[in-house]
Write a protein that binds this ligand. Structure first.
Ligand SMILES: [Zn+2]
Length: 324
């Protein structure tokens, strides 16, 4: 059975061959940005190591062991997350005690430290012993998005699995196997996720498309109504809880308009709305770039706690300044 993960085929191949040949390292470090699939890959690896089926097919996904790993109730898998803001030293000690025990029923005893960048230096130092004299069947998996937070002494004793952004088409195809949506919606969510399958999966297609359509209607309104559009749009935006998320979506929309205007085959995120983009590109022309700059400046001003309404009014007025 193929490993159920979007992309990362090289990493999957390396881990698979470790499982098949039983050449399993004592420690692995899964790193990459949030939502890229680190925890997913670590869990699949644990599943493959503990699977009761044939090693070449592991993880089978259906044996008792695979199901228990998936549901996080396998006695030989300890999936740990920080207590509060960081891993405490007593958590690390408890992990060491667990990993040194003989497996109950599987071939390996696996401990996962998820969000391992929160390990304090002290906690990391106390971990060194396990890595220097690894217990026979113990496998330690560190899952983290910030490898620089890990001491070089720990780093050098782990086999690293660095995970890079996944191609948009791969994510889109995978989304269609996971959720009920149209290929257009899948392509849009995949593009919006910036190569992070986990982020794409968490987005609700209906909501995201509805939000985007609202942004699209604003760009049309600004272009047609000019100053008259400023007050209503600023009021709508001001009422939103996460204004920055809305401005980010506006940036994506106007970047796409700009790319369509340039007509040089540059990538667009809103691939399900090409016709609307082209209409806007014809209307906005080079002003789309001015609009992008204005939105970017508004985001920076808001991050410095400037007056919300004032920033939005100025942004919308500056956006439309260069419309032909
Ligand atoms: Zn299995």
């Amino acid at each position: 059975m193929p490993w159920d993960i979007a992309g990362h085929q090289t990493e999957v191949a390396t881990l698979r061959s470790a499982v098949m040949s039983e050449q399993v390292a004592h420690a692995y470090m899964f790193s990459g940005v949030k939502g890229i699939g680190k925890a997913r890959l670590a869990r699949l690896f644990a599943q493959a190591l503990l699977c009761e089926g044939s090693r070449s097919e592991a993880p089978c996904g259906s044996c008792r062991s695979c199901r228990r790993v998936e549901n996080d109730v396998h006695p030989d898998l300890h999936w740990l997350t920080p207590m509060g803001s960081s891993f405490r030293i007593d958590q690390v000690r408890a992990m060491q005690a667990q990993i040194s025990r003989r497996p109950y029923e599987g071939r390996y005893k696996i401990c996962v430290l998820d969000d391992a960048e929160t390990l304090t230096e002290q906690a990391q130092n106390s971990m060194l012993k396990v890595l220097e004299e690894p217990p026979g069947n113990g496998v330690l998996l560190l899952v983290l998005h910030q490898p620089t937070a890990i001491l070089p002494t720990i780093h050098s004793r782990c086999q690293t699995v660095s995970m890079r952004p996944v191609a948009t088409e791969v994510i889109a195809e995978w989304l269609l196997t996971k959720r009920d949506m149209t290929p257009q919606q899948a392509a849009f969510l995949a593009a919006l996720s910036g190569g992070r399958p986990g982020v794409a999966l968490d987005l609700d297609p209906e909501t995201v498309v509805a939000h985007r359509d609202r942004v699209a209607s604003w760009s049309q309104l600004l272009r047609r109504e000019r100053l008259k559009a400023v007050w209503p749009i600023a009021s709508e935006l001001e009422a939103e809880k996460d204004i920055d998320a809305w401005l980010e979506m506006m940036m994506t929309w106007f970047r796409d308009i700009w790319h369509r205007f340039l007509d040089r085959g540059l990538p667009v995120t809103n691939i399900d709305a090409i016709q609307k983009l082209d209409e806007e590109a014809a209307g906005w022309q080079t002003a789309a770039l001015q609009a992008l700059v204005a939105i970017g400046e508004a985001r920076r001003a808001l991050s410095r706690n400037a007056n919300k309404r004032l920033v939005l009014d100025v942004m919308l007025m500056r956006m439309q300044r260069g419309i032909p």
